[in-house]
Write a protein that binds this ligand. Sequence first.
Ligand SMILES: Cc1cc2nc3c(=O)[nH]c(=O)nc-3n(C[C@H](O)[C@H](O)[C@H](O)COP(=O)(O)OP(=O)(O)OC[C@H]3O[C@@H](n4cnc5c(N)ncnc54)[C@H](O)[C@@H]3O)c2cc1C
Length: 480
Amino acid sequence: MVAHHGGPPEIVIVGGGLSGTALAIKLLREARQALAIRLVDPSAQPGRGLAYSTQEPGHLVNGPALIFTLYPDQPEHFVDWLTTQPEFAGQPRDAVAQAYVPRWRFGDYVSEQLWQAQQQAAPGVTFEHVQARVEDLDVSSSGIALALDAGRVLLADHAVLALGVFQSRPRFDSSGQLTQTGRYVANIWDCSRLAALVDADELVLVGGSLTMIDTVVSLEKLGYRGTYKVLARHGLTPVERRNPAPTEEPFGSVGPPHTLRQVVRELREKARAIISLGGDWQALPGALKPYLADWWRNAALTDRQRFFRHVRPHWDVFLHRAPPVSAALVTALRASGRLSIEAAIVTGLAEAPAGRVSVRYRPRGSEEECTILARGVVNCTGPDYRWHAGCEQPLVHNLFSRGLVQAGPVGLGIAVDPSLAAVAANGVASLHISVLGAALRGTIVEPGTVVEIANQTSTLSSRLLAVLRVTQAPAALQVS
Ligand SMILES: Cc1cc2nc3c(=O)[nH]c(=O)nc-3n(C[C@H](O)[C@H](O)[C@H](O)COP(=O)(O)OP(=O)(O)OC[C@H]3O[C@@H](n4cnc5c(N)ncnc54)[C@H](O)[C@@H]3O)c2cc1C
């Protein structure tokens, strides 16, 4: 459907994190005819989202600069940008390419790319950042209507949901009392609440993922000198990321086997073989990338379910490794006895005498519950992908209750067709709503990595411009 109002076609992108901003950049660069692009996000500056808005310099991207680019056809674009930045002045290019930069700086790069794309856009191609939150969305014969928290209504021909991740909120503190006293921090990005724990002597961190590492980095910088007890479901934490050259053909010349069980077995055997020859198993993760998308698309539903139930914690440690400096911090804290990790499920929190929190947990493999006392507890369980069941956002709730979207495979994220159009509750792919980023979890195995987001935005921008009948620039002219 094309413009309902006689003006240029209008696209509203809901969410101005990396995904939404990368799409806006792509549309600005590709459109050769009038097009109105609106990006709705409550933050002051689009391009950062949750991952790249942290100003803590110790919160680093989890890979070398070389793998971060907004433009898959220009793999060194981010490295090129970094070489123009003051902190890298005079440094050899190789060192810049291998640097693990603060996430804030990647956000600077994305914001700058957005600004440049606006300056270079074709006549009539406009961009507006609407600083608000979308609370509701409905489709009518004349297009899409989006209700904002500010009371404003936006009309559009197409809406793209780039809502990012939402934090998992285990209901440990149902009365909210521990949160009120500051002894339970549900959201690690709430810096003042973390700072209030700095004088504690023992903290319990629930969850052992990269979010736990960010928490430890923040607390150490704030001056915390007590101990950390990490209670993580499988007792796993990310290991240091090394970057050996990817191994050739991890599954031999025949490609990956069909079943998850066989894939896991072959990968284990391959890792053992590499190690026995004195090599580094980290040559495997990079080598798997070309196979992942196809394998996941063809995997049986039961295998996808098994993956999330049994394999994912190991997979996350295998794939999402920690920047070397952050991993070294955790290793040093463990060696000094200040940080310990136990495989356990936290079952509840309660107030205890003398300003302490009593933490109930079940060690892995045990039926018995244990209790420990701590000065504070921090939720480091990371993102949740059960949009249908877990996301409390009014917009998401409304989209599901109107039947405009349905849960993706395995109950995760939002279902889409291969062109990223949202699939409604009646099974029909939407002409008006598309989805990007983390909400594709379930359809795409790793939808939130920078490279994957860049690929999604390429697919989506070409389709949107074609559907809205906006002429596109030839690929060679898109980035300057
Ligand atoms: C803490 C953290 C660190 C990460 N580090 C890395 C890394 O080092 N390397 C890597 O490859 N990946 C990393 N990731 C993965 C990361 O998810 C992606 O890199 C990327 O940031 C995802 O961008 P996004 O736009 O999809 O989501 P987000 O960054 O979450 O952005 C979504 C945006 O949508 C907005 N929004 C949500 N709902 C609404 C609404 N109703 N109305 C208006 N706006 C709305 C939010 O306010 C937010 O600004 C990290 C993720 C997290 C959470």
